[in-house]
Design a protein around this ligand. Structure first.
Ligand code: COA
Length: 314
């Protein structure tokens, strides 16, 4: 399987650290030094579905295929505009692809889960061209009175088209339970069951998440190297989930990788959950920095605690 097209879409509204200091007690200095984030985008006039469609169209165009050539659409989102139908079904309708659709949720690791599932569908001959759209709106489930979480995230969509090819790719996923990062849903009471009236904003114990993120990324990448027989020197880029500059730097140092192989854009967008890797990939693609045959190592982590890594040829 290989990636043949990329696309992304961002909300228009830019929210800088200084603007955030008018909402919660924080400062540009605190956010920058603890996370590396300077600004992020948040949805205001547009909807997530609008942006998902825009990114989907751009990735199909960049792949040089028609919507009718897409034979599976997978979306990843933690929080969609509608509980049902799925976002993938909405995109299918607007694109006119007329193919099977499904939404996944593996938190910020979602893009790697989607690639792994796409690879399996191709290997069983069930699909040839798959559109993957990672669309996230954390601004709708962080508590805007809690400085610990609301400063970290941003809304965005990243999309890719993957196609069947002889190029090998390899993915490794894992989940280990933690209550350090979760978000409850706001269900309604039924005549038979009362719902727990828990706070339904994102809950996070930052330091625990930080430790698990660094440990899992390093472990996953090492495992991928061992199983695929690829060495670090053969890799063109390490594309990691853009959560925090200090997490990324800790992984980079542990893996002994040069800075120029570790692209980052979290200063502009914050943590955009599963959209962060395809968004970064689209930026590199547009900048002409990806060349056919380049080996890309991907690694991500998120609530669950899910984590995953993989290697794929561009
Ligand atoms: N502005 C100012 N102060 C803040 C703040 C903010 N936005 N958020 C928290 N603080 C305060 C806390 O109230 C606490 O104050 P106290 O010491 O008086 O109790 C203090 O800062 C905590 O600081 P520190 O322990 O230095 O924070 P940290 O180095 O652990 O950094 C995170 C906090 C959240 C940035 C860091 O733990 C982290 O990045 N964790 C991973 C989060 C993540 O990636 N989540 C998503 C995973 S997909």
């Amino acid at each position: 399987m290989k990636i043949i097209g990329t696309g992304s879409a961002l909300p228009k509204k830019v929210l800088t650290n200084d603007m955030l200091s008018g909402i919660v007690e924080t400062s540009d200095e605190w956010i920058r030094t603890r996370t590396g984030i300077r600004e992020r985008r948040v949805l205001s006039d547009e909807t997530l579905t609008d942006l998902a469609l825009e990114a989907a169209r751009k990735s199909v165009e960049s792949a040089g295929v028609n919507a009718s050539d897409i034979d599976y659409i997978m979306c990843h989102n933690v929080c969609n505009d509608a509980m049902t139908p799925s976002l993938a079904a909405m995109i299918n309708k607007e694109l006119g692809a007329n193919c099977p659709t499904v939404d996944l949720n593996a938190a910020c690791t979602g893009f790697i889960y989607a690639l792994d599932m796409a690879d399996s569908l191709m290997k069983t001959g069930k699909a040839r061209n798959i559109l993957i759209v990672c669309a996230e709106q954390p601004s709708h489930f962080v508590d805007w009175t809690q400085r610990e979480t609301c400063v970290l995230f941003g809304d965005a969509v990243g999309a890719v088209v993957v196609t069947q090819s002889d190029d090998d790719c390899f993915f490794k996923m894992s989940t280990q339970y933690t209550d350090a990062l979760y978000c409850s849903d706001a269900w309604h009471d039924t005549p038979f069951q009362k719902c727990k009236k828990e706070n339904n904003f994102l809950y996070m114990r930052g330091r625990d998440v930080f430790r698990m993120a660094v440990t899992n990324c390093c472990k996953d990448i090492k495992y991928v190297f061992e199983k695929s027989g690829i060495s670090s020197s053969e890799v063109s880029y390490f594309l990691l989930h853009q959560a925090n500059l200090r997490i990324l730097e800790a992984v980079r140092h542990e893996m002994n990788v040069a800075e120029d192989k570790f692209p980052m854009n979290l200063d502009k967008y914050g943590n955009t959950s599963s959209a962060s890797i395809p968004l970064l990939m689209d930026e590199l693609n547009k900048a002409g920095k990806l060349h056919r045959g380049d080996l890309l190592v991907l690694s991500a982590f998120g609530a669950g605690f899910t984590s995953g890594a993989g290697v794929i040829k561009w």
